[in-house]
Write a protein that binds this ligand. Structure first.
Ligand SMILES: [Zn+2]
Length: 253
């Protein structure tokens, strides 16, 4: 039985811990100490990195000291220097101890070195897709980022999306400013507020929910484009310009 649990780290990061009570994989360990507490005697099999940002990699050096034989997987073009196994789109990685296999896709935009790890029912997508939002565009272009989101949209609706930040509530506030009459968004907001009041994460989400509610996955939707045209007082009729307008509006929301 494979279990995926969040390890809370830093201010609002989640390090995802994939385990079967015996073996562990961690995704984006920004902090070594909380990882060690969570691993709690299990055997660490691998460290997976989605992109180079420090809040996703800061624990790697310390973990490598404690588990010197454990490989660190990450993007082929990453500036992060502690990656042993460099991955590109189309690669697969298997971990027999956990009976798990990941397909790799490249999803640049937040950074240039961003990859996602996809297995049969889940995607670990780092800071590219959040629930009802997406990462800031630090290194990429709107074309690149929109293409990356389109790749994620192709996954089956029931795919669980393991994002690495708890930003859902503020993302919903932004989405509601764009779609004030979207009743499903109101219902999701109520649900997320309940979870957060109980101290529960709002993640994972699903591809199906994000396609229905996440404005950044609606860049090709004519209604969204019309709403954006009204807001920026300029004709927005292409997915890439819609994505660019959305990202810019959210940056100052
Ligand atoms: Zn990041």
């Amino acid at each position: 039985m494979l279990i995926v649990e969040p390890i809370k780290a830093l201010s609002d990061n989640y390090i995802w811990h994939i385990h079967n009570h015996e073996f562990s994989i961690v995704v984006d360990p920004g902090d070594a100490e909380v990882v060690q507490q969570a691993i709690d005697g299990k055997s660490l099999v691998a460290i997976l990195i989605t992109h180079h940002h420090w809040d996703h990699t800061n624990g790697v050096a310390e973990l490598k000291q404690q588990y010197p034989d454990i490989p660190v997987y990450g993007p082929n073009n990453s500036p992060f220097e502690l990656i042993d196994e460099k991955l590109s789109e189309g690669d697969t990685v298997s971990f027999q101890q956990l009976g798990i296999k990941f397909n790799i896709i490249e999803i640049p935009g937040h950074t240039l070195d961003h990859i996602a790890y996809i297995n049969s029912d889940s995607v670990f997508c780092g800071d590219t897709l959040f629930s009802i939002g997406c990462g800031r565009m630090f290194e990429g272009t709107p074309e690149m980022f929109n293409l990356s989101l389109n790749k994620l949209k192709l996954l089956p609706d029931e795919t669980k999306v393991y994002c690495t930040h708890e930003y859902t509530q503020s993302n919903i506030a932004f989405a509601r400013s764009l779609e004030p009459n979207n009743q499903a968004l109101v219902e999701y907001q109520t649900q997320v507020n309940q979870w957060r009041q109980q101290g529960l994460p709002s993640l994972p989400t699903t591809i199906g929910r994000e396609k229905a509610l996440n404005p950044f996955l609606k860049a090709d939707d004519p209604n969204m484009q019309q709403r954006l045209s009204d807001l920026v007082r300029q004709q927005v009729s292409q997915p890439v310009s819609a994505f660019a307008a959305l990202r810019k509006l959210k940056d100052t929301f």
